[in-house]
Design a protein around this ligand. Structure first.
Ligand SMILES: Cc1cc2nc3c(=O)[nH]c(=O)nc-3n(C[C@H](O)[C@H](O)[C@H](O)COP(=O)(O)O)c2cc1C
Length: 350
């Protein structure tokens, strides 16, 4: 058998959708199983995973599940979803998990009630983020084990929605510890696990350990989504092969190349989608969506964050990034981007 035959065979076996069952399925006559098709999720990313990016991704196709950026359980109940850049969302942005971070001892009930009223299709607990801001609060990857257990149990009591948790591989490589942590999460009521294949202290430049995600996958009954370092279709294929995961989560790769979901959906799941538009068209469509979705004062910062990643499509992308970074209005940023595309239209290949 040649290599391409082997690839075809393994791709034929790849289920093109992911079902996320809720523990409460047996109680819900309407069926509480969430179908994500294809099994490709947008990662939670502060300042990046918002309504404008989600709508852009939906237009390009191939994305099957959305996670919000992390949200504080104390702010959630008082945040105004019409104007909040963290909460504004259209019905099309679905299936949708809101990600929360929780400090030890915090009551999750009011936040969960709010998420019910926002028509959440699932709730994700951030257990992997190593950001210093979360260290101070004992949240994310700094949450102590007993608090994690109590929080998951509290969430399970508060909602019948599918519950997920996003984790890293732990503080050090420890297979037994990782497995017992994941089975604890499952026993407490987690329905879906996303595993970012790096240790707590590891930087994004380090290659993720997709093979370690396979250790989790073989130990738990709930579906597992693999995350970390997917920037190309080949990365997606290798990650799925090494992790044996049920689906993939894309973060920076999807900001840099918003058409990557569609590329993966076509190549690995055989889904037919229209060809991608030119890079500059995608960029200006994003600006239009920022204008449509956000108050004026919320737009430029988000364009700067997006451009930091998007500029990597170009050999001289630092000119685009710095031009936008030094702009004081969206119009100025847009003009500078237009001048950049006119002068250096060729994108670098990945
Ligand atoms: C700017 C930025 C913000 C992030 N914010 C969050 C967050 O709010 N919650 C979270 O769980 N992870 C967060 N992450 C981590 C991503 O969800 C993801 O795990 C990480 O980027 C690795 O995936 P990637 O290689 O596909 O980008 C963030 C990452 C970046 C780059």
């Amino acid at each position: 058998m040649c290599v391409s035959d082997a690839l075809l065979l393994s791709e034929e076996k790849r289920p093109a959708s992911l079902s996320i069952p809720s523990r409460f399925q047996h109680r819900d006559a309407a069926g509480n199983i969430l179908h994500c098709s294809p099994p490709l999720a947008l990662a939670p990313m502060v300042g990046l995973s918002h309504s404008a990016l989600r709508l852009l991704l939906l237009e390009l196709g191939g994305v099957g599940l959305f996670f919000s950026e992390m949200l504080s359980v104390t702010r959630l109940p008082i945040e105004n979803e019409i104007v909040s850049p963290f909460l504004c969302r259209t019905a099309a942005e679905s299936p949708f998990f809101y990600q929360i971070f929780v400090s030890p001892g915090q009551d999750v009930f009011p936040a969960v009630e709010r998420l019910h009223s926002l028509n959440a299709q699932g709730i994700d607990l951030n257990l992997g983020c190593p950001a210093p801001a979360l260290r101070k609060q004992g949240a994310g990857s700094f949450m102590p084990l007993d608090s994690i257990k109590k929080t998951v149990a509290g969430l399970r009591k508060a909602t019948e929605l599918p519950l997920s948790a996003k984790i890293r591989l732990g503080r050090k490589l420890d297979e037994k510890g990782l497995i017992s942590f994941c089975t604890m999460l499952e026993d407490e009521g987690i329905d879906l696990l996303t595993v970012h294949g790096r240790l707590q202290g590891e930087k994004f430049c380090r290659k993720p350990r997709w093979d370690w995600i396979a250790k989790v996958k073989s130990a738990v009954r709930v579906p597992v989504i693999a995350n970390g370092g997917i920037f190309t279709v080949d990365d997606a294929r290798n990650c799925l092969d090494q992790s044996r995961a049920d689906g993939l989560m894309l973060g920076r790769g999807a900001v840099c190349r918003p058409w990557l979901f569609a590329d993966i959906a076509r190549s690995l799941y055989g889904i037919e989608l229209p060809p991608e538009p030119p890079v500059e068209e995608v960029y200006f469509r994003f600006i239009t969506l920022l204008n449509e979705r956000f108050l004026p004062e919320r737009r430029l910062g988000r364009l700067k964050q997006f451009t930091f990643y998007y500029a990597q499509n170009f050999s001289f992308g630092h000119h685009l990034a710095s031009g936008v970074q030094n702009s004081s209005s969206l119009e100025e940023a847009s003009d500078r981007a237009a001048a950049f595309f006119a002068a250096a239209p060729e994108s670098s290949s990945f």
